[in-house]
Write a protein that binds this ligand. Structure first.
Ligand SMILES: Nc1ncnc2c1ncn2[C@@H]1O[C@H](COP(=O)(O)OP(=O)(O)OP(=O)(O)O)[C@@H](O)[C@H]1O
Length: 271
């Protein structure tokens, strides 16, 4: 096969990872919306403290798969998931599992920033209060500040914590949503096209943040932007028509893919 022509950008080097510990694992994951099948048996291991990007043509099932990882598909009427998904070896579809707790452990950030209609402070404080992570006001203040710090937003909002979250710019709102996810001490952060509603400067900030956050969290993100996958992801998985065609080191997927479909997609022949 000829070498792909998509240039892997000369971005700042990604944070190096050394773990080979599997954080999440899926085996034979199939998803149905009513009678229509969207995923056909996905086997994937997600390694701790890595960023993995899911790429592929529109409608191939990337978001559906992402939602399997914290049972967000449970909220869609008529959606059925089969197969095994584990977090640290534990079945996340076990009947006894507390789904609210799972969604704190495996948080999700959506395409469009969706702050609660509350103050900046309350956007962050809500989750820790719900999960009993901070009992006194001083503890809560600390969680709010450290979450905003980690999301790179503290300096911009520390003097206006009582203002509505919706008063922030789109990029700031997205970092607020990331801070909200961090506030409940997740282990994995899912991101569904987190930059697609943002301008290039806000996008660059989020990409930088993703790299920093991967030191503490495992991150799986859906992106339509192959350059973005090349910039931020250690691993990339290519999806096509409900199958995961291949997964591997991002550089390898973009320069020397194994499968002709991956090659055709990254060279712009379809999608
Ligand atoms: N809520 C839903 N109800 C019914 N079908 C759905 C629903 N969500 C997704 N699908 C179908 O499942 C398939 C996979 O969709 P999904 O959104 O996961 O793909 P995607 O790769 O994320 O697409 P995109 O890149 O356009 O966001 C598509 O055929 C889609 O129409």
């Amino acid at each position: 096969m000829t070498t792909a022509t998509v240039a892997v950008p000369k971005a700042a080097p990604k944070r190096e990872t050394h773990s080979s510990q599997v954080k999440m694992s899926t085996r034979g994951v199939k998803v149905f919306y009513g009678d229509s099948q969207a995923l056909y048996g996905i086997d994937l291991d997600i390694i701790e403290n890595e960023v993995i990007a899911f790429i592929g043509p529109s409608g191939c099932g990337k978001s559906t798969f992402l939602r399997c990882l914290n049972r967000m598909n449970d909220t869609i009427t008529g959606c059925r998931v089969e197969g095994d998904v584990t977090l640290d070896g534990n079945d996340i579809y076990a009947p006894s599992l507390d789904v609210v707790l799972l969604r704190a452990q495996v948080g999700i950030v959506f395409q469009k920033p969706n702050p609660f209609p509350k103050s900046i402070y309350e956007n962050i404080a809500y989750g820790p209060r719900l999960h009993g992570l901070a009992k006194r006001r001083a503890e809560l203040d600390e969680v709010v500040e450290s979450s905003l710090q980690r999301a790179g937003l503290w300096g911009e909002v520390k003097d206006r914590l009582d203002q509505p979250g919706t008063s922030l710019s789109g990029g700031q709102q997205q970092r607020l949503c990331i801070a909200r996810t961090i506030a409940v001490s997740p282990e994995v952060i899912l991101m569904d096209e987190p930059c697609s509603a943002l301008d290039p400067i806000a996008t660059a900030k989020i990409e930088q943040l993703i790299d920093e956050l991967s030191a503490s969290y495992t991150i799986a993100m859906v992106t339509h932007n192959m350059q973005q996958a090349a910039r931020v992801a250690h691993k990339t998985a290519f999806f096509h028509m409900g199958d995961m065609v291949e997964v591997g080191d991002t550089d390898k997927i973009f320069t020397n893919p194994r499968d002709q479909r991956t090659h055709d997609y990254i060279t712009g022949r379809f999608g």
